[in-house]
Write a protein that binds this ligand. Structure first.
Ligand SMILES: NC(=O)c1ccc[n+]([C@@H]2O[C@H](COP(=O)([O-])OP(=O)(O)OC[C@H]3O[C@@H](n4cnc5c(N)ncnc54)[C@H](O)[C@@H]3O)[C@@H](O)[C@H]2O)c1
Length: 362
């Protein structure tokens, strides 16, 4: 087993490359795993596995699960554990998570808990997973309708990021990943925010993948910066939750109602709400808030909030992992690149925010 809690594995295990095969083959050759398991979903099996297939000489064990947030569940986790057991995975085995954030979260958790932890690596294939989900060691599953309620922070032995995978991503998934890039820019770099708003390709414009690669690498650096400062999410790393107090509640509600809502779309909605609160409670400039909200609304589909859902959303926010003593705790911004963690928000403020959002999206 590779040692995983040293600084190297927390921060220096990310390889950004344009030759995933070369990096993966090198990694496999330099470690002596008895068996290799590859976790995919139907899309990453179809589009991503062929890209790395030749790295595996001899027998590999491929696990294929159904794609979708609803499958980041205890049932799928059972399936993975059973598969590992039936195929005699040992503590000398490796699990490769080849996919989006659902695969890296779920596979990371399965590997971390199987036989008290086997080695795993992430090869993120969605934009969202490349710039966010695969980095930082957060693994887990949804429980009931609650997002990421069960999980562990455990760092993969390696993360290999190659923008080649993004080319087969559906546009709606590309947009979902874009939300986390906007979040990174809001937390860290105003110029990057302008760059993202200018770059965003409309439906009829082809994506410039070379330029996108540069931005992927920028976002990776921003995520790494926060993880390095606070690997176990006790302090400043909580800034990365900007947009997620509301965002996770929107997402949980959609799971409950069996309505599809992409993670990034929920976070985009959440960022508008949390920018509203930033203006109210942290003096974030009104002009900037309105400008950014308009840009976000233009990129992400408008979502309506039904009045009957407001109490449900507040209830869901009470389960947020950042809360302290049953008080809803949120990351806000004083300005772009000046996040403030641990802001307590009241039910009344949440109602006011949701009311504002509902007006805005009309
Ligand atoms: N652990 C973390 O720090 C962290 C951070 C952010 C988000 N997340 C989690 O990540 C998840 C969202 O990630 P996601 O948006 O990648 O979801 P996802 O894994 O469901 O992937 C989105 C869709 O894209 C498909 N796909 C992935 N790569 C593809 C490719 N190269 N070509 C074609 N199709 C491809 C998938 O099959 C899926 O249908 C959520 O569960 C969220 O909670 C985790």
């Amino acid at each position: 087993m590779i040692k995983r809690f040293d600084n190297k594995h927390i921060n220096n295990n990310i390889t950004f490359t344009f030759d995933v095969k070369d990096v993966l083959s090198g990694f496999i050759l330099s470690n002596k795993f008895d068996k290799i398991f590859i976790l995919t979903d139907e899309n990453t099996f179809k589009y991503c596995f062929p890209i790395v297939k030749s790295c595996f000489i001899g027998k590999k064990n491929i696990l294929k699960i159904k794609s979708g947030e609803e499958n980041k569940s205890i049932i799928t986790l059972h399936y993975i554990w059973d598969f590992l057991l039936e195929n005699r995975a040992s503590r000398a085995s490796l699990l490769i998570n080849l996919g989006g954030g659902v695969i890296t979260d779920l596979g990371g958790f399965a590997a971390s808990t199987f036989k008290r932890g086997i080695d795993f690596i992430n090869i993120p294939t969605s934009l969202l997973a490349q710039i966010d989900a695969s980095i930082g060691g957060k693994t887990g599953i949804n429980y009931g309708c609650l997002k990421n309620e069960i999980g562990i922070i455990n760092f993969p032995q390696k993360i290999i990021i190659d923008p080649i995978f993004i080319k087969t991503l559906e546009r709606c998934e590309f947009i979902s990943g874009y939300a986390e890039m906007i979040k990174h820019a809001l937390l860290f770099d105003e110029n990057y925010l302008d760059e993202l708003f200018i770059f965003f390709p409309d439906k009829n414009t082809k994506i410039d993948y070379n330029y996108l690669s540069v931005m992927i690498s920028k976002s990776i650096d921003i995520k790494k910066y926060f993880v390095k400062k606070d690997p176990f999410d006790k302090n400043i790393r909580k800034a990365l939750n900007f947009g997620h107090t509301f965002g996770h509640a929107f997402e949980s509600l959609s799971i409950k109602k069996n309505i599809k809502l992409k993670h990034g779309d929920a976070v985009a909605q959440g960022m508008i709400c949390e920018l509203f609160l930033s203006n109210k409670k942290r003096n974030f400039s009104l002009k900037k808030f309105l400008y950014i909200s308009e840009k976000i609304i233009n990129i992400f589909e408008k979502k309506n909030i039904e009045e009957a859902d407001i109490n449900k959303l507040i209830k869901l926010m009470l389960y947020d992992k950042k809360n302290i003593s049953n008080k809803i705790n949120c990351t806000l911004l004083e300005n772009i690149a000046i996040p403030v963690i641990n802001n307590i928000i009241t039910d009344e403020e949440i109602r006011e925010t949701l009311f504002f959002y509902e007006q805005l999206s009309k």
